[in-house]
Design a protein. Structure first.
Ligand SMILES: Cc1ncc(C[n+]2csc(CCOP(=O)(O)OP(=O)(O)O)c2C)c(N)n1
Ligand SMILES: Cc1ncc(C[n+]2csc(CCOP(=O)(O)OP(=O)(O)O)c2C)c(N)n1
Ligand SMILES: [Mg+2]
Ligand SMILES: [Mg+2]
Lengths: 337, 323, 337, 323
């Protein structure tokens, strides 16, 4: 079941940006695990194009934090080969959009090696990658492609909505003995939030009730969680007290937490930034109506991006990406308000 | 049939270089002024490559480009107004505002798009080259790509297929010594990307990419071979970008030295070329200035056009997904 | 709305195998469209590893039907570049599992070029590829990955369940000015069925009622259609008269045909060979409950493969792939029979 | 530290070759008898390559393999019984029946799997080579791949990274002249895949892949260089497969001639080697026969083991997906 809202942690909390939280997490991973290393395009000398890895090459040396050629298939392959032979690689795949360049390595090697070998290989590989629209980076640098991964037995997928989760999910991912993707969002880089010092984990497979509510359930992940919280505030005007749930990981998926909420609220919506059609929202919506059919007062609604590539122009992109208003509009349409 | 280096060709190359330089400097300014959203990868410093190659091409010859694509489109005949409108995200842009800098394109002049994917161009150029041969034209496809892109598998596959089928494709490597902030020595164990040509059964040629005439000559030979059905060439042009990887001042990283930049600037492709034009009395200082002035005037008008153009309507989002 | 069951065609029908139907379709495409060509691994000299292209190189010459290197990214790129410049490429991607090798070319170039260029490029590219488990080809040669494509604005996806559809869908795909994937199934290669001579089309975006029924709806595609038909016969014993609908194309998706049926039958199931979790069934199930909520007497059920890679051993694979029995079991579980 | 060519090494190579040949011929038969499901890609004819390389390796050295992987696993120390059990899809197989021929593997002897993806091996081998260096071992990773696979982008990316980082990786190209039914001249414009090495800053070496001693010597040098930290080598072995691409008689296509096959068989790697052993009085005919006989006996027992082993239970489907 879902974790309590205010996660109690022993350590003193400070405010950090998303980028700083990622940086701290990776530093802890490098400290904890001597066989870990960070490889990716411009992660070493430059510290990552968004600064996640700032200072780490200096601190841990170029053996452990290093630049790769622009060779995504090679980079994931480096993770597979090193992961299967005693290392714990942390691989940076700069933009999630570049998964296409290495999807064979992800889908046919990384995800399947353990199974194909009858459980006789272990692949403790963490992949950090960045999704999301909103920065006018157009069709090839703005996608949210988690649905490709969710349909892929053998990998785990974490979606980090804020600095706290970014740090905790990365540490969990790196300690896990499976391939884990931690999906970051480019519009959250400067976001600030409380982040405890030292090592802590956000467990893989445990949803978080981001906002408790009584008569409506919204399930969302990644940056959309914040839009859903904002939407929940606006929905109060319509007598709707929405519970916002962030599954935090899509595989494993904490479905019981979602079902429990829906059984209480009787109405729900899935919100994701990805294209709605064929997105992972369909899986959750289907499971909700399967598992809580008799509790539903209205069809499970879904909000996602329209069926087109991400347009460049800010004039289009602002209508393309779901936001609090379009979520509210979706709820109103669903309930006939 | 190779183009010969007449005065008018020299003037043509010069004009293309100036147009690129002036456009890019304005684009950089407009970005810094907050007028251009998204990411801008400026071509300044590399003008000799695009210009020296493109002067050989007609609108029926195709090119593929990179994330650093404005220069290629300008040299291929793109119009400033439509280009700025696209960078601004306006409905009057080449891509109706849907593509922006990283996808700017104009198929009417044979420019098959900038590309946000490093290594995105080579397979497409190979396909265009195939099409040229299949449709029994004498057209060629030129593929511009960086030193960094030469490490993508897509380059390898495209080069092998072009070599195998003897396609009219020129692989123009713009080796500016860096892939983003990573110097070449940290991304490949070779100095000349052209060394890879032998593995695809094609000639590999290295030229000074700051010297538009050198580029012009080597490209002319490669293009003539391609048109004659003798297959592809890998043409590596050693060049340098003046501004940062992205934007003008970028992230302020110290991955290269001011000295290195200064050293390259001493061999600025436009200054070099203008000196030569003057020395050889092909153009006077006044004539050269006139080219700059005309270009600047055209840019002013283009900015005017872009700024006064409307943004696309939200309804455009769902258009152009399918034919 | 869905096409009638018996599609009336002017031409004389004969019985052909699936492979022969494919072959005939490609021959017609090459005849109709002078700028078309067939490129792929072993399609020329060998006529395709499953014989689809048998005799075509001889008939049309090695300029139009030719072997490529083992370079999937290059092969799709050949389609993109040639398609954008006046050709109508037919590209063979031997196994659908190899999409990983060329997913960038598919997702970031082929699917998006038109949109990114503001509608100023046209990509009349047909991709033929083969999916499906059941031949003990293990995890990397048995997948059904249509969900990756369905989530991708810019491509169309056809699923050919029998010889008739294989031929008609390929001809439609090749006449269409968009990138169209025609997904074939390796277990259907020897299947026989009536196939008219000459050119005919199966329209993209029109579902087919494969078996009419009155009180239950099964939506399925590809080889599973036949398992669903068999399941429908078995379900008669339980008083269930199932209507089996094959959308034939997943994009465009003939949702109205599905909804119309569900409004009549009140109960339904989606069946696909792909892994159930995150599969395209989730999209259809979600849409059904959105659009026909008040008509549903039971939750929309889904049957698909379990959450694992495809195992090699026939002893495992036979339990892995959905079949008539597991579909019947699914219906019984859904309805509490 | 290179292994020197002693009599015992020669005998070792011989034994490995015989084991591969006999295993594969039996596997082919069992497939034709309907005992082995799925696709079987036999290694017969290419035994000198796997054996000449593998004799240099310990269980701590890794290899990656291909769809044609039985020979690699046998030469690396795979046990017949577990192998046949895997081919049969039995629970006692190396992969519990989940992998089959195309994914057969045994990490305990450093064999990182056959691979159903052409070009699947190189990135993994590069990663293993990195791991060897990172963990400060002296181990090497050998990557077996075909002429056809050399056209995959994955090979290019892996080779470039291995060259860049000077990784202890040996890229062993088994050039048997065909990728499935497509002859090399129809898939690449070069004759020697080794010509690609220069593009990655590594040496490229061509050897006669039917001559186990030639392979042994070239591999020894490459492996010694790798262990000494001097980086990767691309070692191309010219060889030939006797049976069809898949199965024994395959699809009956006429993509190669009987004459060509006969010509290669004249230089059968095992016969060549056995003549040499006898000429040099290292082994007698009887001793050689004994190796064959022992191997056959072991195969009989292994078949017995495989046939009497249980199939995995349906519950195994959902096991081994995650650690
Ligand atoms: C597939 C892919 N990987 C990574 C990137 C991020 N990226 C954008 S430009 C660039 C550097 C390209 O270097 P090079 O090819 O040398 O071109 P240059 O920028 O020097 O002109 C990188 C890594 C990308 N856009 N696409
Ligand atoms: C990515 C990928 N593309 C295509 C195939 C189909 N295929 C299997 S083996 C093969 C030929 C491989 O040729 P080569 O690398 O020379 O190895 P050989 O079979 O000659 O040993 C092909 C095309 C595949 N398995 N994987
Ligand atoms: Mg560069
Ligand atoms: Mg081969």
């Amino acid at each position: 079941m879902a974790e309590a809202v205010a996660t109690p942690v022993a350590n003193k909390a400070r405010t950090l940006t998303y980028v700083a939280a990622i940086n701290e997490a990776v530093r802890i991973v490098l400290q904890e695990q001597p066989n870990s290393f960070v490889a990716g395009e411009d992660v070493g000398g430059a510290g990552g194009v968004y600064g996640y890895y700032h200072g780490l090459q200096k601190e841990f040396g170029a053996d452990r934090v290093f630049d790769t050629p622009i060779s995504e298939e090679g980079i994931i392959g480096l993770g597979v080969g090193a992961g299967a032979t005693g290392c714990r690689p942390v691989i940076d795949l700069m933009f999630m959009d570049f998964m296409g360049e290495c999807m064979d390595e992800i889908a046919n090697q990384l995800a399947k090696m353990r199974y194909m070998f009858g459980g006789r290989a272990t692949l403790p590989v963490t992949v950090l990658t960045m999704a999301g629209a909103g920065a006018s980076l157009a069709a090839q640098h703005s996608q949210s492609l988690e649905a490709w991964l969710c349909h892929l037995p053998g990998v785990k997928i974490a979606m980090a909505c804020d600095p706290y989760d970014a740090k905790g999910l990365i540490i969990s991912a790196a300690r896990d003995d499976n391939p884990v993707f931690v999906v970051l969002n480019k519009m959250s880089l400067a976001m600030k939030g409380e982040v405890p010092e030292g090592a802590y984990t956000v467990p893989l497979g445990k949803a978080k009730i981001v906002r408790p509510g009584t008569n409506y359930t919204i399930v969302s992940w990644g940056r959309m969680v914040h839009e859903c919280k904002a939407a929940a505030e606006k929905l109060k005007a319509f007598g709707i007290d929405a519970e916002v749930i962030d599954p935090r990981t899509l595989q494993p998926l904490d479905l019981p937490a979602v079902i429990q909420s829906v059984k209480k609220t009787h109405r729900c919506m899935i919100v994701h930034e990805a294209v709605r059609f064929g997105g992972f929202g369909g899986e959750i919506a289907s499971q909700i109506q399967e598992l809580a059919f008799d509790y539903l007062d209205a069809p499970v609604a879904r909000v996602g991006a329209p069926f087109s590539p991400v347009p460049f122009s800010p004039a289009l992109e602002k209508h393309y990406v779901p936001n609090a208003d379009s979520i509210v509009a979706g709820v109103k349409a669903q309930l006939g308000l | 049939m190779a183009v010969t280096l007449t005065d008018s060709v020299l003037k043509d190359i010069h004009r293309r270089m100036v147009r690129i330089r002036r456009f890019e400097e304005t684009a950089g300014k407009m970005m810094e002024n907050g007028k251009i959203p998204g990411a801008l990868h400026l071509y300044v410093g590399e003008e000799a490559v695009a210009s020296g190659v493109m002067v050989h091409l007609s609108n029926q010859d195709q090119i593929t480009s990179t994330h650093r694509g404005h220069g290629h489109l300008i040299a291929k005949g793109g119009a400033f107004d439509r280009m700025f409108a696209e960078l601004y995200g306006k409905a009057t842009g080449y891509c109706k505002g849907k593509g922006g800098s990283m996808h700017i394109s104009n198929l009417e002049v044979g420019m098959l798009g900038a590309n946000g994917i490093v290594g995105g161009g080579p397979p497409i150029a190979m396909g265009a080259g195939f099409s040229n041969k299949f449709r029994k034209t004498k057209n060629v496809a030129c593929c511009f790509f960086g030193d960094g892109a030469s490490n993508e598998g897509s380059f390898h596959e495209a080069a092998n297929m072009a070599g195998l089928y003897k396609l009219p494709v020129i692989f123009v490597c713009e080796n500016n010594g860096y892939g983003e902030y990573t110097p070449q020595r940290n991304h490949q164990a070779i100095v000349d990307v052209a060394d890879r040509a032998a593995g695809y059964g094609m000639p590999g040629v290295v030229v000074d990419g700051m010297d538009a005439v050198a580029v012009y000559e080597a490209a002319g030979e490669a293009i003539a071979r391609a048109r004659a059905g003798e297959g592809p060439t890998l043409l590596e042009c050693k060049t340098y970008r003046y501004y940062d990887h992205v934007g003008v001042r970028g992230m302020g990283l110290t991955y290269r030295t001011d000295d290195e930049l200064a050293e390259w600037k001493k061999r600025d492709p436009i200054e070099l070329f203008e000196s030569r034009l003057q020395e050889q009395k092909i153009m006077s200082a006044a004539e050269i200035k006139a080219v700059h002035d005309e270009t600047l005037a055209e840019i002013d008008a283009a900015i005017q056009f872009a700024e006064s153009s409307p943004f696309p309507d939200a309804s455009a989002i769902l258009e152009d997904v399918y034919a």
